[in-house]
Design a protein around this ligand. Sequence first.
Ligand code: AMP
Ligand code: ZN
Length: 465
Amino acid sequence: MSDIFLYDTASRSRRRFVPADPQRVTMYVCGPTVYGPAHIGNFRPAVVFDVLFRLLREVYGADHVAYARNFTDVDDKINAAAAQEGVDISVITERFTKVYHDDSAALGILRPTFEPAATAHMAEMAAMISGLIEAGHAYQAEGHVLFSVKSHAAYGKLSGRSLDEMIAGARVEVAPYKKDAADFVLWKPSKPGEPEWPAPFGAGRPGWHIECSAMIASTLGETIDIHGGGIDLVFPHHENEVAQSMCAHGKPLANYWLHNGFLAMGAEKMSKSLGNVIRPSELIARGIKGEVIRYGLLTGHYRAPLDWNDKLIEQSRKALDRLYGVLRRLGDVEPADRPVPGPVLEALGDDLNTPKAYAALFEILARANKAGTHEEQANAKGELLAAGRVLGFLQENPDSWFGVDGLDGGMRARIDALLTDRQAARVNKDYASADALRTQIDALGVLVDDTPEGPVWRMKAIEEA
Ligand code: AMP
Ligand code: ZN
C-alpha cells in the first residue's frame, strides 16, 4: 500500500496518514453557504479535497472511503436573499445548491459520499446543544445558548492562540449576555419573519459551528480521520467545532487537520466582499474548459497561496492540449489496464504535491510519445489515463477536447497530411513550402499549436476564424 503523508495543522507537522479503520476512511470538508454562486476561490478547497478523495479511494478502495461535504442552508445571508425576493429560504438554497453541483461537475469534482444539509440535521444539533448545557459547557442567556470557552481547557489548541489573542484578532461579537467575550453562539432566536426550528431551550436557529459538529457526527462518526477546509476556517470555525465535539463526545473530532491556502488575484484574496471574484461559469462562457480551470487550481501546492491570472489559464490549457494531443495520436490504440503509476501516487502521497504529480504525468507523456511498439503505446496510454483519473483530468474524448469530433474523416486526413508535409518541409529547412502549407492549413479554419510532442490542431472557434 502506498504511503500518504499529510501536513496536519493541529500538530503543525507532517505526519504519516494512518486511518483509524482502513475499511472506512472518513473525511469531512466544510462546504458552501448556498446564498449565491460560489467563485473559483471557493472551489479551491473543493478541488484540492477532491484529489485527496480520489487518492484515498485509489489507496484504500473506492468503497472504503466516506467523504462528507455539507451545504450550509441556514444563514443570515440566505434569510436576506429570501426576504429580498419574497420567497421561502428553500427557493434560494435549492437554486444555489444546483449551481454548486453544476459548477462542481464542470470542474470534475466527484460527488462526496454524503452531502448533508444543515436544515436536515436540526434535531441532532438540538440534542448536542442540550448535552453541552447539561455538562456545563454551555449556558442560556436572553434566548441564546452560548458555548463557554473557559469550560474547555484545550480551547485554542488547534489554532495555537491564547484566548486574549483570539478575542483581539478575530471579529468575535461582543454581546452583553456573554459571560466571556470569546464565548460563541450555539443557538439563537430568529428575528420575526425568519425561519425557526423547535428546541427544548427555545425555538430559533443554530450557529454555524454547531452545524458542522452535528453533521460530522451523524454522517461519519464522533471521531473522523481527516477534517479539511480553507485556512481562514482554522479560527474560529474549526477551533469551535473541536471544542463542541470534544465536550459533547469526550473524543477528539479529527485526527488530521488540513487547510488550503487562498486563491488570490494580484495581491488580494479572491473574495466576494472585495468584489474580485470569478465564477466557473463565467470562464466556461469564455470557452475555457472545466479541466483547464481545475488544472490551474492544482498548479501550486495546496497550502501555498495561488495567484489566478490569464497566464495561468493559458499555461493550463497548453499543458492539457499536450496531454490530449498524444491521446489523440494514440486514438486507435486500445489502452492497457494499468494501475496509477508509482511516481504519481508518491507525489500525491507527499502531502498532495500536485506540482510534483504534474511532473510525473509529463514523464509518462514523454514515454507515451516515444513509444515504438504497440505494447509500449498501450501501456503508456493506460498509465496516462490512470494518472489522469486520480487527478481528475483526461476525462474527455480527445476529439471533443479539440472540438473536432464533428469533422468527417476526409477532412481530418487532409489536415493531417498537410501537417505532415509541413513538418517534412521544416525538417528540410524548406521554409517557403512550410509557410505555404501553413497558409493552406489556416484557410481550412484550423488552429495549430506546436508542442514538444509535435503539432496539435483544433478547429477555430467562430470568433477566432
Ligand atoms: P465561504 O463560502 O466564504 O464560507 O467559503 C467556502 C470555502 O471556500 C471555505 O473553505 C473557505 O475557506 C474557502 N475560500 C473562500 N475564499 C477562498 C479563496 N479566495 N481561496 C481559497 N479558498 C477560499
Ligand atoms: Zn465546518
